[in-house]
Design a protein around this ligand. Structure first.
Ligand code: 13P
Length: 248
């Protein structure tokens, strides 16, 4: 199998002590692993986890980022603050941000552009709800989230962008998209990127799949030609469930 990009989104889980414990376990288990790895602990554990994974093959990610650098934005975390902690990747537009916290495409795009300006790798999440899928709108939604999320992003900046296709109905539900269904949207997303940035850029961009990815379905998903990695939620919370995915 080619090299993949496997990322763990810890969401709102883990105290500092628990985060350190998990990060230590991953450092040991993933040493020498042949894929690219990233973990995104909650903001409160970034500093602690940064110390554990510094100098290893695991990069540090944040689950969100503010759309401004500083100022009166109570409760937000600036890209400058994340950079200061050693964060190199930011997840933007996760479906939980879009649906639970009502982040729209314009705000997501503002975050994407600011994060790229500060040199972060951006994981832009896209994905349709069950209702949208059943209405035959999966491609339309994913296409528009891709185009609006990347509006104003230059071809050079695109090198710092990863797209994560996370069908909302598959997140935390135990329902995984079949490898063929996921492949269909991944291929479509690559065509969308080709339309915006050309074929070479589209071939290069990493498109991760997320949504109930587990050790027992990871190989089949990652074997698809347009699935270049995984963004893992629940299964990223223990060494025993995450490492087998990382070592497929
Ligand atoms: P689950 O793996 O728990 O379905 O979550 C996926 C996800 O949302 C990762 O960002």
């Amino acid at each position: 199998m080619r090299q993949c990009y496997i990322a763990g989104n810890w969401k709102m889980n883990k105290t500092r002590a628990e985060a350190i414990d998990l990060a230590r376990g991953l450092v040991t288990a993933l040493k020498g692993g042949r894929h690219r790895y990233m973990i995104a602990p909650p903001f409160t554990s970034l500093d602690a986890v940064a110390s554990v994974i510094r100098g290893t093959n695991i990069r540090l990610g944040a689950q969100n980022v503010a759309c401004e650098e500083s100022g009166a934005h109570t409760g937000e975390v600036s890209p400058l603050m994340l950079k200061d902690l050693g964060v190199r990747t930011v997840i933007i537009g996760h479906s939980e941000r879009r649906h639970l916290y009502k982040e729209g495409d314009a705000l997501i795009n503002k975050k994407v552009r600011l994060a790229l300006k500060h040199g972060f790798e951006v994981i832009l999440c896209i994905g349709e709800t069950l209702e949208e899928r059943e209405a035959g709108k999966a491609q339309e939604i994913c296409g528009s989230q891709t185009r609006l999320g990347l509006a104003g992003v230059t071809g050079d900046e695109l090198d710092g962008v990863v797209i994560a296709y996370e069908p909302v109905w598959a997140i935390g539900t135990g329902k995984t998209a079949t490898p063929e269904d996921a492949q269909g949207i991944h291929a479509f997303t690559r065509v969308t990127v080709a339309g915006l940035y050309g074929k070479a850029a589209a071939e290069k961009i990493i498109i991760q799949y997320g949504g109930s990815m587990k050790a027992d379905n990871a190989s089949a998903l990652l074997a698809q030609p347009d699935i270049d990695g995984g963004l893992i939620g629940g299964a990223a919370l223990t060494v025993d469930t995450f490492v087998p995915i990382c070592l497929v």
